[in-house]
Structures are given as structure tokens and as C-alpha cells.
Design a protein around this ligand. Structure first.
Ligand code: ZN
Length: 344
């Protein structure tokens, strides 16, 4: 599953433009930011880009430190991450945002113990009718929100020294509410300043088109954008349209019930020559804060133990599988030079 530099380069989407990439690569500006520090995207290995270690659904108005015992969460999650590492996965995007139970120190502890690279995020989640947005979002402009997130990238989250590797936002189905538009705009401003990728939990295709339009209007190239939960949309022409524009299509609810549907979506995108724009994950885990023992924890193994053999049976090649598990997520997590004009 090793990713050669040659493969990585040939798999780059029209996205960055080879000239820009090569020029920037010469400056060593491309990186993936994990909770234990920056790593070379070429060395990331197999990745699950969208999973969770812990989530607290209490709401932004009630969430507070001390609602869980970190040792208990650590001990509950540890065997699942060890299993995942043993299955051949080397890195995980941990998609729990701030105000939903993001705990960078817990992630760092788990990463150091297992050797699994973990990537955390900055940003705010505006889906679920704003339940997870703190009150200050109402009175802040997108610039002020972006300032907080840029600060987390530059200085670390709180006083942990741990830096986010992507912006995680969230919206419901379209049309977007004003607050949702505001946080997408703030994500765009943050990305332009830092080079961080923008990943947005999205209710449907209409919302995806709207957020892509906002990002573009702010000058963010769509190669920086990941449409999270693209499986929520049945109209595959929207997948095709956004993938052609450079966006990553995240099919991230993989399990035994969704496997057949995912294979038909992957087959469609492969036939369109767009497999290099697809991400696969389970959206599994997680320790539920507030439930005894963390409630029902779902493991992260289906892709490795069952789905890859299914793909092979359907004619997907080793190279296809390498795209889906290694090079695509590495590209979707790569922090590229923030603004092309700074390259000149
Ligand atoms: Zn998720």
C-alpha cells in the first residue's frame, strides 16, 4: 500500500495544476498536520478520513469540560484503534468538531500509544439547526470566526500546542441558513489564509452546490473542498459535477447495509474517470459522552476486512484501491500553499 511519489503526482487532480504543485513542492510547503505534528503527505499510508473517537451531543449551550473521564474514554477506544492499525490503516481524520467533544489531548495520547496518525480539525458545525454553534456566532462576522480558526492553526488549539489539519464545518440540507453561510464563508477565509482544506458535513446536493459556490466566490479553489456525507444525495450528476470541478466526494457511511450502494456509486464515478476524487470512511466510533461506558462503539474495520475484497470482486484494481485508501485522502488532507499568488 506504499505510495510512491510518482503515483502521488500522477494522481493529482487538475486541481492544483502541475506547475503550481511542482513549484510549491520545491519549497517543501505541502504537509499533513497530525496531532503529533506535520508529516509528509507521501508517507501518510492508508487513511480513514472520516471517523470519530468521541462525540458529545449535549449541545453548545451545555457542553463543558469534565463531562467525561478521559482515562475511561482512552481505555475504551484504545483496542479499536489498535485493531485498525493492525488491519493496515495508518491514519485517521477525526471529524468531531469543537463544541461536539473535540479533545486534541485525548487524540494525541491515543496516537502516541497506537502509532496511528490522527488529524483533528478547526471550525464550527452548523448542521442540526445550529445546536452546536456557540452564541458568539450570531454576533461575529465571518472574519472574526476565521480569526479564531486561523489562530488555532498558527498557535495550536487552546494551550495544547496541537494544530488542526483541516477545517470541519457542517450544514443541513439546502438552502443554507444565514449562520451556515457565515461559517462556510469563514471556512473559506481561513483556508485562503492557512491553506487548510475545507471539509463540510452536508445535508444534500443542493447544499453542496451552494457551499461550493460560496467557496468559489471567496476565491477558494475547489480542490480544497471535501463534500462530507455525499451519500446523502441520490442524484449522482451532482457528484460528477463537483468532482469534475476538483472537489472530493466523501462517501463516509460505509457499513454492511450501505456497501452495495457504495459500489454502484464508485462504479459510476470510475466510469466517469473521477475515482481520484472519492474518499471512503465509516463515520464510525465513537464514545458517546453521557452514556454508560460510552454506549455502543462501532469499530473501524469493515473497509479493510470486507469492502476491499468486495471491490476486488467487482473488478476494482489494486491501483483503484490505492487511490481510494491512500492517495485520495492524502491529497484531501494536504495543506497546500495558502494562496497561489504567494508562489510568485
Ligand atoms: Zn462524522
Amino acid at each position: 500500500m506504499a505510495l510512491s511519489r510518482r503515483n502521488f503526482l500522477t494522481l493529482l487532480p487538475a486541481a492544483l495544476g502541475a506547475g503550481t504543485w511542482l513549484k510549491a513542492a520545491a519549497y517543501g510547503e505541502f504537509t499533513v498536520m497530525t496531532v503529533t505534528g506535520p508529516v509528509n503527505p507521501f508517507g501518510l499510508g492508508p487513511v480513514l478520513p472520516h471517523e470519530h473517537v468521541m462525540v458529545d451531543f449535549i449541545g453548545a449551550d451545555k457542553i463543558q469540560p469534565g463531562r467525561y473521564n478521559q482515562d475511561e474514554v482512552f481505555n475504551t477506544v484504545l483496542p479499536y484503534l489498535k485493531n485498525l492499525k493492525a488491519a493496515g490503516c495508518n491514519a485517521m481524520g477525526e471529524c468531531t468538531p469543537d463544541f461536539l467533544g473535540r479533545d486534541p489531548l485525548l487524540l494525541k495520547r491515543l496516537s502516541e500509544t497506537t502509532g496511528l496518525k490522527i488529524i483533528t480539525n478547526t471550525g464550527l458545525y452548523g448542521a442540526a439547526a445550529h445546536k452546536y454553534l456557540p452564541a458568539y456566532v450570531e454576533t461575529s462576522g465571518p472574519e472574526q470566526l476565521a480569526e479564531r480558526w486561523i489562530g488555532e492553526f498558527r498557535n495550536g488549539i487552546g494551550d495544547t500546542g496541537i494544530r488542526p489539519g483541516f477545517i470541519k464545518s457542517g450544514v443541513d440540507k439546502g438552502p443554507l441558513s444565514n449562520l451556515q453561510k457565515k461559517i462556510v464563508r469563514a471556512a473559506a477565509l481561513t483556508s485562503k489564509e492557512t491553506g487548510l482544506p475545507v471539509w463540510i458535513h452536508t445535508g444534500d446536493g443542493a447544499a453542496a452546490l451552494e457551499e461550493a459556490a460560496i467557496l468559489k466566490s471567496e476565491g477558494v479553489f475547489l480542490g480544497k473542498y471535501t463534500w462530507v456525507h455525499a451519500q446523502n444525495e441520490k442524484d449522482l450528476s451532482i457528484h460528477e459535477q463537483l468532482a469534475k470541478a476538483g472537489a472530493f466526494i466523501s462517501l463516509d457511511g460505509l457499513n454492511k447495509n450501505s456497501a452495495e450502494d457504495y459500489i454502484s456509486r464508485l462504479t459510476f464515478l470510475k466510469e466517469k474517470g473521477l475515482l481520484q476524487q472519492v474518499l471512503l470512511s465509516h463515520d464510525a466510533g465513537w464514545y458517546h459522552v453521557g452514556e454508560p461506558g460510552g454506549g455502543n462503539f462501532r469499530d473501524y474495520n469493515f473497509l479493510w476486512t470486507t469492502f476491499i475484497p468486495m471491490l476486488k470482486e467487482k473488478g476494482f484494481t489494486e491501483q483503484d484501491i490505492r487511490k481510494l485508501t491512500v492517495s485520495n485522502p492524502a491529497r484531501a488532507l494536504t495543506i497546500s500553499p495558502p494562496n497561489p499568488r504567494r508562489l510568485t
